[in-house]
Design a protein around this ligand. Structure first.
Ligand code: ADP
Ligand code: MG
Length: 684
């Protein structure tokens, strides 16, 4: 059956030796099953060839024509030989060129008819095609799939391997999607889908196959996400808590905002209710600077007073340290002991800490991913909080929760997303919103300028640097700038040698190791770096109150919500802060978008505008939400299917909440594979 093909190594396929297997591994394909799920990237339609006259310029298309003569070889220089030939469709001729491919001389036979596929170039009078693909008319496919390739592994080789893999499928493949769901949503069977997605008879049959595979993937995703909902049906062994938050408020150096109070009491209501015996699963969404840390701290304090432990997980070392510093400070006179667990804690300290977590002498722990490692165990974990949740996978979240016996769970996010999308992304988490900033917070003055005014902006930055303040500069690229895009490394060099020779310039980007990033970020937070030139990796909520200006190059390249996040790096203290958006785009829509940022600081309004102007793509963008990688579905484009898959998932879970029935075993396997990053956790 299909599942066992996932156990069968790719190397066992005919024609796949050790070397080729390595190339498949590069593409993330390790098993025969994974190869069948390695879908083509695009399809070329060879079924309706153009006449040479009608063939459009510059767009890939098929042409049916007869070869007029054997390709002729011309050596134009060392290492470069051209092969040229002409073909005709009876009305017009087309010139074909191939490079360094002696095999072509015999591959094309004079007088024989072929289908050529490529882009037409040249002039109206003399049309040409460079390096077309071709098949004799008699054996040409009607649709030609193209795979994601890697050097040494071409589409044809992949296609061949897939052919062998398909042959291993039994006559009857067990379909993971139950029969009634297939009927209800008009989905074809798995075997047909796999055959047609790889070797389509026509564009239509490919679409039928794709529809099913997209549905299957989104159904799997939704089932995995709805695990969070399933949590709600579980019984927690924790007793109803008593609310100690008012006591906690006395410890704060400020008065909580009413939004903070509301979020806290919503969460406390989940945990104090004697009738509701399921654990809390709640998302707190709050704009940057809205004070999520205090919400987390209040809840931790309250549950710890109820004699259980609390854990707070942050995505980076420096964020964990900041949380540790600020929360230990608030809790210093309460007798509550707080521990810090990150990758760089010394082994001796770590051993001690692990003991204390296990015997309960530490009541609260703050840390990074290190918290989910196997060696960590708690005496009585009652509350798990994940900060900046989009940096974590769904699986990581649940791994931490599994260290307790159905503990309460809170996730915090600074990415405001419209409610409709939140429901899809987070399954059925309850949502609390912090829609208010603490009083006295200055709005960040935001300006959009063209690059002609850059020099002036840098002078403005200098006056602040001279006053001992700091600045961020954001560039889209890392090393090499292009004509119209700035890179971190080159920009930083130019600043250091020309503009600010007397200042310390630091750089930060995704090609650096996590440790290096942390070192730079810590140096900046401690004021040892004056200007930090960075890619968008600075996004996550580190607090540097002394940084008062952020200048963003190529601002048109980012979604509004992302720009808003970036802007939130400044204005963390009580000093007036400024955001400068540099962009040379002329396009009115892009200008209108930047103006929205200049005119409002309300993250939710910005998110709504972003959704309206650019569609949901940005919200599902790269790794934004810790969701697993999808192979065929595109959440932005397949929103409608996503909704259907969600209701199908609900239906499945309502009949079989633990997916125990035989007809759901296929789906269960799929979920495990989709969420497999951390050992296939997800469903229990
Ligand atoms: P975020 O929601 O971005 O995580 P933080 O929790 O880091 O925000 O809070 C940002 C800053 O605002 C911190 O310095 C925090 O001490 C401060 N703060 C939080 N709540 C309040 C409040 N109610 N009044 C005044 N300052 C507050
Ligand atoms: Mg935060």
């Amino acid at each position: 059956n299909m599942a066992s093909l996932f156990e069968q190594e790719i190397q066992t396929l005919t024609g796949v030796g050790e070397k080729r297997a390595k190339l498949f591994h590069k593409l993330g394909v390790f098993s025969v099953g994974a190869l069948l799920r390695f879908y083509p990237r695009i399809y070329e339609d060879w079924s309706q060839p153009f006449t040479i006259e009608q063939a459009p310029f510059g767009v890939p298309c098929a042409i049916r024509a007869v070869v007029l003569h054997k390709p002729i070889e011309t050596r134009i220089r060392k290492g470069m030989t051209l092969y040229k030939t002409s073909v005709t469709d009876g009305m017009r001729d087309l010139q074909l060129t191939f490079f360094n491919n002696p095999y072509i001389v015999n591959a094309l036979t004079e007088g024989k008819e072929y289908i050529f596929y490529g882009k037409v170039s040249g002039t109206l009078l003399r049309k040409e095609m460079s390096v077309p693909e071709f098949y004799p008319v008699s054996s040409a496919p009607s649709v030609c799939p193209i795979y994601r390739q890697t050097e040494g592994l071409s589409t044809r080789m992949i296609s061949n391997a897939v052919k062998h893999a398909l042959a291993l499928l039994p006559e009857q493949v067990k379909d993971p999607i139950p029969y009634d769901i297939r009927m209800q949503y008009h989905l074809c069977e798995l075997k047909y889908a796999l055959e047609q997605i790889h070797f389509p008879d026509s564009m239509e049959s490919m679409k039928i196959a794709k529809k099913r595979l997209v549905f299957e993937e989104l159904l799997t995703l939704q089932l995995g996400l709805l695990e969070l909902k399933y949590r709600k049906k579980q019984e927690t062994s924790l007793p109803p808590f008593i609310d100690y938050c008012n006591e906690f408020f006395q410890l704060l150096p400020f008065t909580p905002t009413s939004a903070q109070k509301r979020a806290i009491s919503e969460a406390m209501a989940d945990m104090t209710n004697p009738k509701k015996r399921s654990p809390m699963s709640r998302l707190v969404q709050g704009d940057v600077g809205s004070g999520k840390t205090a919400v987390a701290a209040a809840l931790c304090y309250s549950v710890i007073k109820n004699d259980v432990q609390a854990a707070l997980m942050a995505p980076t070392e420096i964020l964990a340290q900041q949380h540790y510093a600020s929360i230990s400070d608030i809790l210093k006179d309460t007798g509550i002991s707080v521990g810090l667990l990150t990758g760089s804690v010394t082994p001796a300290k770590k051993r001690k800490l692990l003991e204390q977590l296990q015997d309960g002498s530490i009541q609260m722990v703050i840390g990074t991913h290190a918290l989910i490692s196997e060696t960590v165990a708690f005496k009585n974990l009652g509350l798990v909080i994940t900060d900046e949740q989009h940096r974590f996978g769904v699986a990581q979240r649940s791994l931490l929760a599994e260290k307790g016996n159905h503990p309460h769970m809170l996730v915090m996010s600074a990415t405001p997303i419209p409610r409709t999308l939140a429901l899809i992304i987070y399954g059925d988490l309850d949502i609390s919103v912090l829609d208010e900033l603490p009083p006295g917070r200055q709005t960040i003055e935001t300006y959009a300028i063209s690059s002609r005014k850059r020099a002036r902006a840098l002078q403005y930055i200098r006056t602040h640097l001279d006053a001992g303040q700091q600045a961020y500069i954001i560039c889209p690229l890392v090393e090499e700038s292009t004509n119209d895009m700035a890179s971190v490394v080159q920009y930083a060099n130019a600043l250091q040698t020309e503009t600010f020779p007397d200042k310390v310039i630091g750089t930060l980007h995704g090609k650096m190791k996590p440790k290096e990033k942390d070192t730079v970020m810590t140096a900046f937070a401690n004021g040892k770096i004056d200007v930090l030139v960075s890619t968008t990796v600075v996004e996550v909520g580190v607090d540097v109150p002394n940084a008062v200006i952020i200048l963003i190059e190529n601002a048109e390249r980012y979604g509004l919500s992302q720009l808003h996040q970036l802007r939130g790096r400044v204005g963390r203290g009580n000093k007036k802060s400024t955001c400068i958006l540099v962009s040379d785009v002329q396009n009115e829509e892009a200008i209108a978008r930047l103006k929205i940022l200049c005119s409002t600081s309300d993250g939710f309004r910005i998110a709504d505008e972003d959704l309206r102007l650019r569609g949901p793509g940005d919200f599902f963008g790269e790794k934004q939400h810790g969701l697993p990688d999808l192979k065929i579905a595109n959440m932005a484009e397949d929103m409608e299917v996503l909704k259907k898959a969600q209701s199908a998932a609900r239906h499945v879970l309502s009949c079989d909440p633990k997916l125990e029935q035989p007809e759901h075993q296929g789906l269960k396997g799929q979920i495990k594979r989709l969420f497999s990053v951390f050992g296939g956790q997800g469903f229990h």
